[in-house]
Design a protein around this ligand. Structure first.
Ligand SMILES: Cc1ncc(COP(=O)(O)O)c(C=O)c1O
Length: 444
């Protein structure tokens, strides 16, 4: 009998010796293994400072990160980007305040707005029929929404999205500045963007606050994240806002890995990421020749490898199995795409495997397009009220006309089918079934 099921599953996966093209960015093999982090699992002591009242060594380490990214202040999080998103929204939005946001949004932001009593004003992402992808929100869409809602308290966007598409932060931030409204960016997938040959980090491009899931693309332990603040108005209350949501026992090994990462990034980050850009370019050229990708239109993270297997009439899930058989573990797959996340911690062998797998790709399958346009449902009850109402679980088949009590946000594409308080219509039912969701919590 297996006495430690989780531990054994992790060891079994490790023993498969897969090449990791998924998060975390340290790829389970970085210099961190030598840093003795397990031995540093301390708590708040006289020598070790305290995250939510940082005045000593944590603050010093954070200041180094702020300098690296060009932020006025940076806070560490051991509670992932989720904690940074919670804090950002708490800082920028008062109770009942309006948030202009693309519907391309992570569940953590929807849930935070529900808890805070914020009112999202949704901008529905446009669907690109050719690429079978939802596209990024534009500065024109933001301007239009701001001009009709001058009392909005912030603009909140997710950039990059799961497929690596970046919003035009420079243009969006200048619109936000015109209206004197802060721009908050969920940059969970883009902590590395400041180290590319051309700096694409949202802090550099004019955002007011940015949440980075450092662990996704940098050599940082899972759970490690940065909250960067450029707009000085938010600095004073930032630790309080984070402390509202965070555990009072943040992990010191995670925080130490953030500190080690900033040192690595300052000394080697740029050089390592520029080298990685070259490697990924080679892979993308190969994929382009093979027909896996089309020329990019729009702004994309040069490091995100997004293979359009739908071009071959093959579902992303089937193709992902092919890659697994070839010892490559992708980040995710959907009806038409396989997405891979490389980092400087990937080895030559990882890239050789990937090249061979792309060159050898020759299979038949069935294309199931999972990305489809879907209109934003009608709001019947406020997001805030809906999460506090009595609920019941019912079969999706019987849900037409009922009101969702939860956020259902399949990732990818990272666009909620429903958020709490929205009416379930026949389109929503089709989408839920399509994503394999057959039961739903509704308001009683
Ligand atoms: C777009 C986006 N935002 C936020 C998060 C939350 O990040 P974390 O897992 O670091 O809390 C994720 C996680 O997958 C994400 O994909």
């Amino acid at each position: 009998m297996c006495e430690t099921p989780l531990y054994e599953a992790l060891m079994n996966h490790k023993n498969k010796d897969m090449s990791s093209f998924h998060t975390p960015g340290h790829k389970c093999r970085s210099y961190l293994e030598d840093a003795g982090l397990y031995m540093l699992d301390y708590t708040e002591l006289k020598d070790t400072d305290s995250l939510f009242e940082a005045k000593g060594v944590i603050k010093k380490a954070e200041e180094k990160v702020a300098e690296l990214y060009g932020a006025k202040s940076t806070l560490f999080s051991a509670g992932g980007c989720t904690l940074c998103i919670q804090a950002m929204l708490r800082l920028a939005v008062l109770y009942n305040g309006k948030v202009i946001t693309s519907r391309m949004i992570h569940k953590s932001a929807v849930n935070t707005m529900a808890l805070l009593g914020a009112r999202p004003l949704w901008i529905t992402p446009k669907f690109d029929e050719e690429k079978h992808l939802f596209r990024q929100v534009t500065s024109h869409e933001i301007r239009e929404c701001l001009s009709q809602n001058k009392d909005a308290q912030c603009v909140y966007i997710t950039s990059p999205n799961y497929y690596g598409e970046l919003a035009d932060i420079k243009a969006i931030s200048s619109v936000c500045k015109e209206y004197d409204v802060p721009l908050l960016v969920d940059n969970a997938h883009g902590a590395h963007l400041g180290f590319l040959s051309s700096n694409q980090h949202p802090i550099y491009l004019g955002a007011s606050m940015v949440a980075d899931s450092a662990h996704k693309t940098l050599p940082v332990l899972t759970g490690g994240a940065f909250l960067h603040i450029k707009d000085e108005r938010f600095i004073k209350e930032a630790r309080y806002a984070m402390g509202l949501f965070g555990s009072t026992s943040p992990s010191y090994p995670i925080m130490a890995s953030l500190d080690l990462c900033q040192d690595w990034a300052r000394k080697r980050g740029k050089e390592e990421f520029i080298r990685l850009e070259g490697r990924v370019k080679e892979i993308k050229n190969l994929a382009l020749k093979k027909g896996f990708i089309k020329e990019d239109q729009g702004i994309f993270d040069p490091l995100r490898i997004c293979l359009n297997t739908g071009n071959f009439g093959i579902s992303g899930e089937e193709a992902a199995e092919y890659f697994r058989k070839n010892k490559i573990e992708p980040e995710f797959s959907d009806g038409g795409y396989v997405v891979l996340i490389p980092s400087p911690m990937n080895t030559d062998r990882d890239f050789e495997r990937l090249k061979d797998a792309i060159l050898g790709f020759n299979m038949n399958g069935t294309f199931v397009d999972s990305n489809r346009p879907f209109p934003t449902p009608k709001i019947v009850v406020s997001l805030h009220e809906a999460i506090f109402m009595d609920r019941e679980t019912i079969n999706v088949k019987n849900a037409e006309g009922r009101i969702s009590a939860i956020a259902i946000c399949p990732c990818p594409p990272g666009i909620p089918v429903l958020v709490p308080g929205e009416e379930i219509n026949s389109n929503a039912i089709k989408s839920l079934e399509h994503y394999g969701i057959f039961e739903i919590d509704v308001i009683k």
